[in-house]
Design a protein around this ligand. Structure first.
Ligand SMILES: Cc1cc2nc3c(=O)[nH]c(=O)nc-3n(C[C@H](O)[C@H](O)[C@H](O)COP(=O)(O)O)c2cc1C
Length: 198
């Protein structure tokens, strides 16, 4: 019987390599907005994930170090939180590339996203809040067998006006939205595990 009083471990990362990424700041804000019972660990960056190539898989027995590090972190987590930018009405190539690596069957860990609860969110300086990127990200995650939370959804539009650039903190209203979103994710994970939320 799983212990549903233990905090759920969620691995969080942003699909952007940009130094001052809104989505990375959103991930950082999530760590401070998580409800009790949800423990977020930020995966530093996906910058060390090379372009997917089956030859690299064969050469490095499963994958390069950056891939193996992320794969192990995903496997150990109870859920995964991804913040995606929107590029050309889709998810960024670096994020899709990361999912392609994670989708591969690891000799020791298996397909780490298969059956994994995942929540997606996104921030953009634009007006539509990454709706199209999230839709395509949801589609790719479904293809790898991830259990993507359907509701609530979190679209941060006009992020420049919600972020204090001196502190890199999002405003109160955004942090409240994040908190409610993460409460939803907590419930979603418990629901998938057949547990009542403690
Ligand atoms: C190649 C490219 C395409 C973009 N396309 C979109 C788009 O379709 N929709 C949108 O809202 N923003 C678009 N943007 C703006 C991004 O939302 C913006 O650069 C954002 O800061 C990226 O996320 P980040 O801050 O987490 O790196 C695009 C930016 C780039 C560089």
């Amino acid at each position: 019987m799983p212990d549903n009083s233990a905090p759920l471990r969620v691995l969080a990362f942003a699909g952007s390599l940009r130094r001052n990424s809104y989505n990375r700041h959103l991930i950082d804000a999530a760590t401070g907005s998580a409800p009790a019972g949800l423990s977020l660990t930020v995966h530093d960056s996906i910058a060390d994930i090379p372009l997917f190539n089956e030859d690299l898989e064969a050469d490095a027995a499963g994958g390069p170090d950056g891939v193996m590090r992320l794969r192990a972190a995903v496997a150990a987590a109870d859920g995964v939180l991804i913040a995606t930018p929107e590029y050309n009405q889709s998810l960024p190539g670096v994020l899709k590339n990361t999912l392609d690596w994670l989708s591969r069957n690891d000799a020791a860990l298996g397909e780490v996203l298969s059956g994994k609860p995942v929540a997606i969110m996104g921030a953009t300086p634009g007006r539509w809040g990454t709706r199209l990127a999230q839709s395509q990200l949801r589609h790719a995650l479904a293809a790898v067998g991830a259990l993507v939370m359907t509701s609530p959804q979190l679209y941060i539009a006009e992020a420049a006006s919600a972020l204090d650039t001196a502190t890199n903190d999002f405003d109160d209203a955004t942090r409240k939205r994040l908190h409610r979103f993460l409460e939803g994710f907590q419930s979603w994970i418990h629901q998938l595990r057949g547990e009542r939320r403690p």
